[in-house]
Design a protein around this ligand. Structure first.
Ligand SMILES: NC(=O)C1=CN([C@@H]2O[C@H](COP(=O)(O)OP(=O)(O)OC[C@H]3O[C@@H](n4cnc5c(N)ncnc54)[C@H](O)[C@@H]3O)[C@@H](O)[C@H]2O)C=CC1
Ligand SMILES: O=C(O)[C@@H]1CCC=N1
Length: 268
């Protein structure tokens, strides 16, 4: 892709997206420019990714055909006000923030702009991201397809109604944190049983990856896949009973619900 892709903010999510689009070959490093507040870290980013870096948000805004705003949600309004006069008239603005709507972006710009609202997650860095997308008015069919392709290069991308973005945060935007905690806890248990820590992470993570792949590829109900692991009188049913006793499913439901509720609260 020849368009210039700009990033204002280059923290965890900005870096995951840059790494993902470069590794997928969606674009090349000379077509990516990024700014962030902590200029000391910029040279490191240049060395890691080969992208152009600057401490000047306006320079990014001036050059970008696709402009990612990858700062924290509370900074969106001030960053937009800082750059809105230099953003290209035809630029597509990408909003990845929790709790920032399509209409919030138009309001900060003070005029209609082409906006893509996206909710990605950090597995985008390894080509296994899950991204929800929705669009403001004004994007052509080609531009919409281009954005689906950009986010699709990070893993999977799906167009979702804006009203479902709070749910998306619970199930995919925030959920990697919960899943990393599960891997960590599984490893703790087998370290207790004598397995070295690094080996425990390998086994736990591969079990999670394989299980996820079975859900995606078989289309089978997760409960049926669980049943197929439980040999009568065996080890797994002991695990399942203990997990239910400890309230595992309810803990997961409550944790995901809390992220959804926080997202709703952030919408203001
Ligand atoms: N971390 C994640 O897994 C996900 C994050 N998001 C969204 O991505 C956005 C960024 O989140 P993170 O990357 O986690 O935050 P972060 O704190 O890791 O990164 C924020 C970046 O913005 C920079 N920054 C701060 N003020 C700035 C300014 N005035 N001008 C330019 N750069 C500035 C910081 O130096 C830093 O590089 C948030 O809006 C968040 O809701 C969305 C999905 C997942
Ligand atoms: O924690 C957050 O607010 C962001 C949004 C989704 C994942 N990280």
């Amino acid at each position: 892709m020849e368009k210039m892709i700009g990033f204002i903010g280059m923290g965890n999510m900005g870096q995951a997206i840059v790494k993902g689009i470069l590794e997928a070959g969606f674009t090349t490093a000379e077509n990516v420019i990024a700014s962030r507040r902590n200029v000391d870290l910029l040279q490191e980013l240049h060395a890691d990714f080969g992208i152009r870096v600057t401490g000047d948000n306006k320079e990014v805004a001036r050059e970008a055909d696709i402009l990612f705003l990858a700062v924290k949600p509370h900074l969106y309004d001030s960053v937009i006000k800082e750059v809105r006069d230099v953003v290209k008239a035809e630029a597509i603005i990408v909003n990845i923030a929790a709790g920032v709507s399509l209409s919030d972006i138009a309001e900060s710009f003070g005029k209609p702009v082409k906006v893509v609202r996206a909710m990605p997650n950090t597995p985008a860095a390894v080509g296994e991201g899950m991204v929800a997308l929705c669009f403001s008015e004004g994007l052509s069919k080609d531009e919409q397809e281009e954005m689906v392709a950009l986010f699709g290069s990070l893993g999977k991308a799906e167009i979702v109604e804006e009203r479902l973005f709070d749910a998306v945060i619970g199930v995919s935007g925030s959920s990697p944190a919960l899943l990393f905690m599960v891997i960590e806890a599984m490893a703790d248990a087998v370290v207790k049983a004598g397995m070295p820590r690094a080996q425990a992470y390998q086994f736990a993570a591969q079990a999670m990856l394989g299980s996820a792949k079975m859900v995606l590829e078989s289309g089978a109900h997760p409960g049926a896949l669980k049943d197929a692991v439980c040999s009568p009188g065996g080890t797994t049913i002991e695990m399942v009973v203990k997990a239910e006793e400890a309230g595992l499913r309810n803990a997961v439901i409550q944790a995901v619900e809390a992220a959804v509720a926080k997202s709703i609260e952030m919408n203001g």
